[in-house]
Design a protein around this ligand. Structure first.
Ligand code: 4AD
Ligand code: MG
Length: 430
């Protein structure tokens, strides 16, 4: 008895194999039962003919319910009409667990119902495709950086200080002291870049964002490269190569999954360097021409990002935002100190900002000044200030949100399906 995965079934044509999986669907027509078997690697139709099996096995096949778990043995046959090109004629069937009535049927369900049943919803072919693409994106991110000499340095999750503003911190008790769940590993990557040159971290990050939008999660995953001796230009160059590499990898390796999602890949195929770059000032002009009433000095809203992205085929960089609407660590442009040497990368097709990054302040006095302006406690940032005391160099980096990137590449209008178990404003279950 050779146990195989459905994805490898083509190597066993004409042979007897055993599959272990779940019943995705079942129909019968008197003398024959059709059992759709799913094993996580693929789906295949099993056919049970009354004449081929014992009466007990036939009765068992007849009694199978959706999502019952089974061990099925049979002969692999080529069948042009079958979805994967093969089907299996079953001669033996064992029940592992008979599922009680499954709450998710092929009919339509509301999103709230599906999110409450996320632990089961993961079994659907669409969710399977999304999460397989997510895994491919993560692998591509890491391959790109590993191949280019970036060292993976893990950042802590429990931190004593804020990175991205004090309004979105999740606070917890640390043996009588205050600690926060990390909003970003960036500050630690700056320390690591001074030790290793080029580094990155990849991990969960947390934002207590009281906003209920299709782009915000309370817990999301971010990949954050940081480079010593790099400026904003170099930062954007690395980003456009990085993002293009990731998109092309998914197109190359996950064609089947993109097809399951019915993703139109025309525009994804055009994602290659260079990406257009516009300044924040130019962005404001474009927005005003399109009827937006946003004011110079404020951060871009989701609607603004969509208008801007619509003007371009590829992802677009918006650089040099006013310092007043960005984080404390952003280096001012020496030619125009009221704007920062930063850039956000906006995805096409209305998916919004997927990357935030830029050049960091490398001057001790200026950094101290900014901490005070942002009312951040200097004690908590003592170690961070040290980086400006001992061999400070120009450096830059960025953070790419995995979920927004998955939403864009998969063509999903909400980030809740891009992560296995989403943490949202009014949902922490399952
Ligand atoms: O622009 P952000 O806040 O930048 C930083 O955290 C920097 N410290 C990164 C760095 O330079 N190392 O976040 C970066 C990205 C965003 O562009 C977005 O993709 C994602 O993280 N992101 C979120 N994704 C989902 N839900 C949220 N609440 C997010 N907040 C940010
Ligand atoms: Mg941002």
């Amino acid at each position: 008895m050779s146990i195989v995965y459905i994805k490898d079934i083509g190597q066993h044509e004409g042979k007897e194999v055993t599959l272990r999986g779940w019943v995705q669907n079942k129909r019968s027509s008197g003398k024959v039962q059709f059992v759709l078997i799913r094993d996580g690697s693929g789906v295949i139709q099993g056919v049970v003919f009354k004449g081929d099996v014992t009466p007990e096995t036939f009765a068992l096949a007849d009694s199978l319910t959706q999502e019952s778990s089974i061990v099925a043995t049979g002969t692999v046959r080529k069948d042009e009409r079958a979805p994967g090109g093969y089907e299996i004629s079953l001669n033996d069937l064992k029940l592992v667990n008979k599922a009680i009535e499954y709450p998710i049927s092929p009919k339509e369900h509301g999103v709230d119902f599906l999110m409450s049943h996320r632990h089961l919803w993961l079994r659907s072919s669409r969710q399977h495709a999304v999460l397989a693409i997510r895994a491919e994106i993560i692998r591509a991110c890491r391959d790109f950086l590993d191949e280019r000499g970036f060292i993976l340095v893990d950042a802590p999750i429990l931190t004593p200080a804020a990175c991205e503003g004090t309004t979105t911190l999740f606070e917890t008790d640390y043996f009588g002291d205050r600690a926060f769940l990390s909003q970003s590993g960036q500050l630690y990557m700056e320390a690591a870049a001074m030790a290793f040159g080029r580094v990155y971290c990849f991990g969960p990050t947390f934002r207590a964002e009281k906003s209920k939008t299709r782009r915000h999660l309370m817990e999301f995953w971010m990949i954050e490269p940081e480079m010593a001796f790099a400026d904003l230009d170099e930062d954007m160059r690395v980003q456009e190569e990085f993002v293009s590499y990731v998109v092309q990898r998914v197109l190359d390796k996950r064609e089947k999954e993109l097809a399951v999602l019915e993703r139109d890949t025309t525009r994804l195929k055009r994602v290659e360097p260079p990406f257009p770059r516009i300044s924040y000032d130019e962005a404001v002009e474009i927005l005003h021409r399109h009827g937006s009433e946003m004011k110079w000095g404020t951060d871009l809203g989701g609607g603004d990002e969509t208008i801007l992205a619509e003007q371009f085929e590829k992802p677009v960089f918006v650089h040099r935002y006013p310092s007043q609407c960005k984080a404390f660590y952003m280096k001012p442009d020496p030619d125009r100190p009221e704007v920062a040497l930063c850039a956000d990368l906006l995805a096409p097709e209305g998916y919004g900002e997927i990357i935030g990054g830029g050049q960091r302040i490398d001057d001790l006095a200026l950094l101290e000044e900014r901490l005070a302006e942002h009312s951040l406690p200097a004690e908590a940032y003592g170690w961070y200030l040290d980086l400006r005391r001992y061999g400070s160099v120009p450096h830059a980096g960025f953070g790419m949100g995995i979920e927004r990137t998955v939403a864009w590449i998969c063509g999903l209008d909400h980030v809740r399906e891009t992560i296995p178990f989403a943490r949202m404003l009014y949902r922490m279950y399952p």
